[in-house]
Write a protein that binds this ligand. Sequence first.
Ligand code: GLA
Length: 345
Amino acid sequence: MKSSKRLFGKTSDGREVYAYTITNGKISAEILDFGATLRSIYVPDKNGNTADVTVGYDDFAPYETSTAYEGKTVGRYANRLSGGRFEIDGREYNVEKNENGVTCLHGGGEFSFNFWKAENFSDSTVTFSYESEDGAFGFPGKMDAAVTFTVTERNGIEIRYRASADKDTIINFTNHTYFNLAGKGDILCHLLKINANAFTPTDKMNIPTGEIKSVASTPMDFREFKVIGRDIGSDYEQLVNAGGYDHNFCLIGEKGQMRAVAEAYDTVSGRRMTVYTDLPGVQLYTGNFIERRTGKGGRENYKNCGFCLETQYYPDTPNQKNFPQCTFRAGEEYKSATVFEFSAD
Ligand code: GLA
């Protein structure tokens, strides 16, 4: 297996979209330059049969518009900002309110729905860079960002982010891949474990209330392996409001320190995924709003057909002073890494 580059499709205004495949000879991943989108990850099961363990589409068109952010790199501020605003040193910034005209979701989509420039493409790695203008979508500072995808020797997809701006700004990158380790059906029977003793409850707009709540004796407890579907339909306000899991978990361990934070397992295929990150939080999102439509290889995409583990700073950070902050000073470098590592047993 070798790396390759192919024309994947064209935007509605005729610009060419390329797909880059990287591999270590055992697993492979394909990334689009549009949105630095992780479109597929091919992984063998316990019998050596390879399948794509991510949710997406055969054609480019849905990637241009889908509000489900399948596989997208998300920046400059992933997740939500209440009221589409924040302050730095008392100065207020009003950013894109792309969610019901009230909140800012995923930085307004800027980094997810624009072209990145591919660089340093080799067998197992590719880097994408993106330049965001000062004031783009309301955010302060011209930002240079880069994301490097690498297939590691240990069968991990490593995603390394680097960014800095020429003014003080907020920075929070994530990847929005929906995983389905079976490569088909829904994910309600997958086992999941998250190394978090607490989560950040949200209001009806999915904005954190500011509370850091223990997961003990709640359906949010994933400290031991649990089938995702076990409690998802519980009459628990947090799950009812969000239509399932769409919550930030406060990860055990120091921010800045790479550690295993979550693990998912599909008993049928035997595929296992371990997530490592140096970030303080992870959003478990169970695809509650995925609209039914045809996905890859004729597979149906629908509610709960995949789950996301979006490693991140907690949502709405700048407006929640008790959360670990992600304001970066002019010239200061944001650096972070997340690895999705695969095995089968
Ligand atoms: C994140 C959010 C969800 C949803 C998806 C995109 O995971 O937390 O509420 O908006 O992005 O559809």
